[in-house]
Design a protein around this ligand. Structure first.
Ligand code: BEZ
Length: 394
């Protein structure tokens, strides 16, 4: 496997050459497939970006690091989950490094920058996490594919689970940015349809973690339950603060599965017991496919995988299927995209297919935190497809 140091050295050499005014190798002379990874490697979502990167590289490593018979070369940019640098960072990979495919990213705000560049340049973009609706709705594009979810997919399945448990009056709380707002849309749609009422919507800017005043407000409202969208380091802090405020065990906490995903270590687990979430993966899925994936991932990276690793891995699997159909000739776009559209991904989450708008059609699981695991209790929604509203691809 190409080491992180090697990749960094290669990227640094290219940046150095560019800034010294040297002529970079012409794109046409390259026989390798150039893969750009634009992910957060620092900040609140660093753990998520690294997991996507790990999973993607693992899928390619399993195929001898070849795509359609060709060697590959990685280029990497840390997007820091910083939306204001999204376009500039995507252009580093597309214009400077001349990548054949851009794999990224995690944060919906940054994805908007990548999406602009992908639509303007036509570069193939595989989204391994960010759920911004527009990418596979009104602004869908033939060259943009997602292996994760739309922001409202996991929360759409949550409301019914809560009402089934008798929790009919809820507070919704989130970071106020595209992902949180769209997760809220999904929650509202599912919860109201199931007969629930949202008594208050609370929010704070991303990546703010000053939850205290909001938790005090929740305590005074006394809803039947709280539902939320948080992820990464901020989610961990929210769970700990929720418990410290004396709310755990009194007002049940629910969320899209990002709330607890990849976070249940010795320190956090005691505060997280009993939290119920909906998501398209759990390490606890008892399938041969998932067992083999977990084992291989743990061997390669000395840690357990999570949903972000699975989405990165599936981005690799999708690209492998596309590249095989064109024998590594990425200029054959029509055949490449058709193969990716028709791909069946044998994922650790369960097999899934692409919707017409290029978003996974997948099962949503109900999970409950027990010990240090999100234990699957059942399927909240089978073969859930996003609406793809406004997408005119098909
Ligand atoms: C997003 O910004 O789209 C996002 C980030 C983390 C988890 C889920 C969604």
């Amino acid at each position: 496997m190409t080491s992180r140091r090697q990749v960094l050295t290669q990227s640094a050499a290219l940046i150095g050459a560019a800034s010294a005014g040297m002529v970079l190798p012409a794109r046409a002379q390259s026989t390798k497939i150039r893969i750009g990874l634009m992910l957060p490697y620092t900040g609140t979502f660093a753990q998520l970006g690294i997991a996507c990167d790990n999973g993607f590289r693992m899928a390619l490593e399993e195929k001898g690091n070849k795509l359609g018979g060709k060697d590959i070369e990685y280029f990497k940019v840390d997007d820091e989950s910083e939306p204001s640098k999204g376009v500039e960072n995507a252009n580093k990979l597309v214009q400077r490094d001349k990548v054949d495919v851009l794999v990224g990213t995690v944060h919906s705000g940054v994805q908007m920058g990548i999406h602009k560049v992908a639509r303007e340049t036509g570069v193939l973009n595989i989204i391994p996490n960010a759920g911004m609706h527009a990418a596979t709705r009104a602004l869908c594009a033939p060259n943009v594919f997602r292996t994760s979810f739309t922001n409202s997919q996991p929360t759409l399945a949550l409301g019914n689970v809560m009402v089934q448990k008798g929790h009919k009056k809820a507070v919704w709380i989130t970071w106020k940015y595209a992902a949180g707002d769209e997760a809220g849309e999904g929650f509202k749609q599912g919860y109201l349809a199931a007969g629930g009422t949202i008594v208050k919507e609370l929010g704070l800017p991303f990546p703010n973690v000053e939850f205290q005043a909001l938790l005090t407000e929740i305590a005074s409202i006394k809803p039947d339950a709280v539902a939320c969208f948080f992820s990464g380091g901020g989610a961990s802090k929210f769970i700990r603060d929720y418990a410290a405020a004396g709310l755990a065990g009194k007002i049940p906490l629910y969320g899209s599965g990002f709330l607890t995903e990849g976070l249940l270590d010795d320190e956090l687990a005691p505060s997280a017991q009993g939290i119920i979430t909906t998501l398209h993966y759990s390490t606890s899925l008892a399938t041969k496919r998932n067992d083999a994936f977990r084992l291989a991932y743990a061997k390669a990276f000395k840690m357990q995988p999570d949903v972000y690793a699975v989405q990165g891995y599936d981005a690799g699997q999708l690209l492998i299927q596309g590249a095989a159909a064109v024998n590594g000739d990425f200029s054959n776009k029509k055949t490449l995209y058709t193969a990716m559209e028709n791909a069946v991904i044998d994922s650790p989450r369960g097999k899934w297919t692409m919707s017409k708008a290029h978003n996974p059609v997948q099962d949503m699981y109900v999970r409950v935190v027990k010990g240090k695991e999100n234990v699957v209790q059942g399927v909240a929604a089978k073969a859930l497809s996003d609406s793809g509203a406004g997408c005119k691809l098909a």
